[in-house]
Design a protein around this ligand. Structure first.
Ligand code: GLN
Length: 216
């Protein structure tokens, strides 16, 4: 592609954001990205990955996505793009895949890098399928955000390089999860344990699209 001033301006105004489309809730992220001022591309192959200005790794099942990354020969190309600074946002299973260390994972589960954190899979308890709470998220203005957790991980520990953006509030309904870290950022990598794509509130996606624009 030849870069003209027009294409460069278009990238900054409306960046092309991929959603890893091997498994998980791809369509919901596509809608949220569109509403947040980005164009969307489903990413299943390396050629598609090479086109995008940013990438969302959706919720789903991290062990399945990990296996499919191998099958689709995307594991190494994706690790490389993330290491090279591709803005990446992982929700739930996506957060697990971006973490450097996983507790309660499968021993053969692949990690993409991007976040110096330890996550615990299914941390809210295997019997707790879903849980909702209002959260204050650093970088998201306009009041608390309704966070939907579905068999979600939490961040058990984070290195000093990682900015903690949200914790579960200390309210009775949160019980043992109170105080746990559920949203983080490290450089161009953003992750939430919850699913903002399911609520119609696009503020997290807007934050991510801003990160993509800033990196472009
Ligand atoms: N429990 C799932 C996993 O381990 C994540 C669930 C989700 O993405 N909603 O990957």
């Amino acid at each position: 592609m030849t870069f003209t001033l027009e294409t460069e301006v278009a990238t900054v105004l409306r960046p092309l954001v991929g959603v890893l489309a091997l498994q998980g809730d791809v369509r919901e992220h596509a809608h949220a990205l569109d509403a947040s001022g980005a164009d969307f591309l489903a990413v299943r192959r390396e050629s598609e990955l090479s086109e995008v200005d940013g990438l969302v790794i959706p919720g789903g099942e991290s062990t399945t996505i990990s296996r499919l990354l191998d099958t689709f020969e995307l594991l190494d190309p994706l690790r490389k793009r993330i290491a090279d600074g591709l803005p990446t946002y992982g929700s739930c299973a996506g957060m697990i895949l971006l973490a450097s260390t996983v507790l309660d994972g499968r021993p053969d589960q692949n990690q993409l890098g991007g976040l110096d954190i330890t996550v615990r899979r299914n941390a809210f308890g295997r019997q707790v399928d879903s849980f909702e709470e209002d959260l204050d998220v650093t970088g998201v203005t306009g009041g608390p955000l309704r966070a939907v957790f579905i068999r979600a991980p939490w961040v058990e520990s984070a290195s000093a390089e990682v900015e903690v953006l949200a914790r579960v509030p200390d309210v009775p309904s949160a019980a043992a999860a109170a105080g746990r870290i559920v949203a983080v950022r490290q450089g161009a990598t953003l992750a939430t344990a919850f699913h903002p794509e399911l609520t119609g509130d696009t503020r997290v996606h807007r934050l991510f699209v801003e990160m993509v624009r800033a990196a472009a």
